[in-house]
Ligand binder design. Structure first.
Ligand code: N7H
Length: 463
């Protein structure tokens, strides 16, 4: 329990809106003082658990009115920690080098400059120094704004906000769905002793997510215990283009109408229907009751079919969490705690009709995930699994060396559109490649941060 008060809210604060404020530290001494005053505003995992219980109680007794909920977290890039005088290594090379140095390895699109350096097509802010990130989440835009004012009052001119991303849960029945329309936040790893496990939920040692905990194999400075690495990715989504591709390429199966064929293709690209129901359980038709049922919607492991009739090997959720396609010990170290939120406006009727995102419009996913090793978590999943045309292994197929192509949602290869192929989408023609016309998820950059234990905010980092 003491550790849960020390750990920031990585388990995921209940939220309708979230601001991400990327900042540089302007006045180190002043910032260290301000950090001590900020500490009471910072949300711990114990606070997250209390807030979740409050919401449950509120629902159970049908209490009227809205519950005001707010949470604040802070994390630092390696540059930020250096500015604060931290000299010892945290034992993570990707964190130390920063995400810009990882961009090419991640498959981001870019160019090579005259000195031979890779320059990704990112927002300029992510290509210049960012020292830290504030994450302010709450039940409404107003609550978040109010809290951001409080935080900015404390930090004052000791920081300079270089970029603010306004995350917003989508409206109405799209609540909790990302911009392509699929329910998000469905499958997260569980820590048995902390939250128990739902049927089918994968257990991880706390040390896979949190530094210095059981299962973290790296030696860390004592003050970093209960910290976690936060990978942030600014991912634009080309939603009208994605929908146009589905409309233009319905899977042609007996008994399916054209729109049903399009819907099935979307589900097979992701591995779940829009409701969250896994295609491994319900391969031909969505089942919204299943999608809404936490007791059933994760209870599958891809072992029911030896081929791709239920779920393509390349489906996003199979690429990023292959379950029993690999031995449990080979999957567990790569589990991440995802806590992203959608950003940007809803698709307009004009955009939908044109099948094209309007110029200047940015919508997508403010992707956030936590792990104790970036090269086992985010970076590994992107590079070694999603972008790897031979992953996962498929010994059960008639031709086990057959390529299965990219993760059609996030797999990327530096912008080579002709080469972005995915295989296994058509259950009746499982070896037929499908060339994906555009990357529907476009990386606009990001950074790797260290989300320190709360004790460090008044201790190590403030000293
Ligand atoms: Fe993914 N999507 O809408 O298609 N993701 N994801 N993701 N993702 C998941 O289980 C999506 C991204 C993982 O345990 C679902 O919550 C989109 C990155 C992992 O079964 C949906 C983007 C990375 C899982 C999406 C995006 C991952 C997962 C199913 C970008 C890591 C859990 C709902 C815009 C490198 C797999 C759910 C499991 C699930 C979508 C990004 C990883 C619907 C649109 C960058 C590990």
């Amino acid at each position: 329990p003491e550790d849960l008060k020390d750990l920031q809210g990585e388990l995921g604060f209940p939220k309708r809106a979230e601001d991400f404020v990327f900042f540089t530290i302007q006045d180190v001494a002043g910032f260290k003082q301000a950090l001590k005053q900020l500490q009471p505003l910072i949300t711990s995992t114990a606070d997250v658990q209390a807030a979740r219980k409050q919401i449950d109680d509120h629902k159970k007794c049908n209490a009227p009115g809205l519950l005001k909920i707010v949470g604040t977290n802070i994390a630092f890039s390696a540059k930020g920690l250096t500015k604060l005088g931290v000299t010892e290594s945290l034992g993570d090379a990707d964190f130390a080098a920063g995400q810009l140095a990882d961009a090419q390895n991640l498959g981001d699109t870019g160019t090579t400059d005259s000195s031979g350096n890779f320059v990704p097509d990112w927002l300029p802010q992510f290509k210049s120094a960012i020292d830290g990130i504030l994450l302010i989440a709450g039940d409404s835009i107003l609550t978040v704004e109010e809290q951001r004012n409080k935080v900015e009052l404390v930090l004052g001119k000791t920081i300079n906000a270089v970029l603010t991303v306004n995350g917003l849960v989508r409206p109405g029945k799209e609540k909790g769905h990302e911009h392509f329309g699929f329910l998000d936040g469905v499958s997260l790893p569980g820590i048995q002793t902390l939250t128990g496990l739902l049927p089918g939920q994968q257990a991880v040692d706390p040390g896979v997510l949190v530094l210095g905990q059981n299962g973290d194999t790296v030696t860390r400075p004592a003050w970093a215990k209960n910290g976690s690495f936060l990978a942030y990715r600014q991912l634009n989504q080309l939603v009208p283009e994605f929908n146009k591709f589905l409309n233009d390429n319905p899977l042609d199966l007996p008994g399916l109408t054209r729109p049903e064929g399009s819907e099935l293709l979307g589900a097979r690209l992701v591995g779940r229907w829009k409701s969250g129901a896994p295609i491994d359980i319900t391969p031909l038709k969505d089942d919204p009751a299943l999608g809404a049922d936490p007791q059933r919607r994760n209870n599958f492991d891809f072992s029911d079919a030896t081929d791709q009739s239920r779920c393509p090997f390349s489906a996003h959720i199979r690429k990023t969490n292959p379950r029993t396609d690999l031995p449990q010990a080979a999957v567990a170290p790569h589990q991440i705690m995802r806590q992203g939120i959608a950003f940007g406006p809803e698709v307009t009727l004009l955009e939908a009709a044109a099948g094209k995102t309007a110029p200047g419009v940015n919508r997508g996913l403010a992707f956030v995930c936590y792990q104790s090793a970036i090269n086992q978590g985010f970076s590994f999943l992107q590079h070694t699994w999603a972008n790897n045309i031979n992953f996962p292994p498929k010994p059960t197929l008639a031709n086990p060396t057959e390529e299965i192509g990219f993760d059609p949602i996030i797999g990327q290869n530096g912008g080579d559109k002709a080469g972005r192929v995915t295989i296994g989408q058509n259950p009746n023609a499982q070896s037929t490649p499908m060339t994906l016309p555009v990357e529907w998820v476009v990386s606009k950059g990001g950074e790797y941060f260290f989300s320190p234990p709360i004790s460090a905010l008044t201790g190590k980092l403030a000293a």
